[in-house]
Ligand binder design. Sequence first.
Ligand code: FES
Ligand SMILES: [Fe+2]
Length: 339
Amino acid sequence: MYLRNAWYVAAWDHELADTPIARTILGEAVVLFRNHGQPAALADSCPHRRLPLSLGCVSGEGLRCGYHGMLFGADGRCVEIPGQDVIPPNAHVRTYPVAERWGLIWIWMGDAQQADPAKFIDVPHFDDPAWAVNRGPAMEVACHYQLMTDNLLDPSHVSYVHASSLGSMDTVGIPVETEVGLDRVIVTRWIKGHTLAPFFAKRVRFTGPADRLQHYEVRMPAQAVIKDIVAPAGSGAPEGRLHEAVFLIDSYNFVTPIDDDTCRYYWFQVRNYAADDPAESQALTEDFIAAFNEDLIVLSAVHAGLKAQPSKLDLATDLGSNQARRMLARMIKAERGEG
Ligand code: FES
Ligand SMILES: [Fe+2]
């Protein structure tokens, strides 16, 4: 079950060029294409003989079916049938609201009337000249999308899963604080005076131990904002004093369910250093790909393990993810009129 009235990422903007692309989103086959440069999305099924429209081509005023050439506009209506003048009233396909924001193509899978641009996530430093952006690829993951959001609310896994990248073992067992908002759950902790993880050690502008904030925030249904503050130990960062060498990186993570067994993972980071350094952006992307692949190995194995043998065992570290699961279940029920 999915929350339908929400924006999901359908593609990176650069993935959508001159040819249509097929995506399965929340179990539905969708075709994305550009109409005069603007993104559009239709159900990926021609109403004539059900050939996926993604096998057709972009043509002038819309998308042309690759079987008998019916042409559909971005509004889903057939505007041309080769060899006949009359267009039957049922010659149309479902459309989905789409929008382009933060370099991504977003799709609204529910009631089109409720598609609200105000519900896009805000990215405060995206256009800040003192900050820089690095983008990841779209990663297909063999797990239920909520295993991804569980993981994005769980700082404790970092010590074990990312021991050679984002984590260090002297952070094990440090307690977290969990905060529940209207549409989000936030799990945070300050780790004081710890050894820098390899990922940060090669980047920060100071030496010695660090104070590090891990801020893990999941917004329903499946968006996460992970913020790291890494500062010299004892420089006052936990009290809000940000030393000039403090290292800030915000990671934006968007998980789009394909179906109950797979999802697509889109992400980018914004950072407060090396703003004009494309080589550092590239290096960050490569390091995050390596770190996230560590997650994906674990999560696909967990998905397979839980499918074979469900578990009812919870640990204290599951508090945040369980809160998020309950919140999303309530939202889905309310959307379906069952709440
Ligand atoms: S199947 Fe699309 S026009 Fe015939
Ligand atoms: Fe992770």
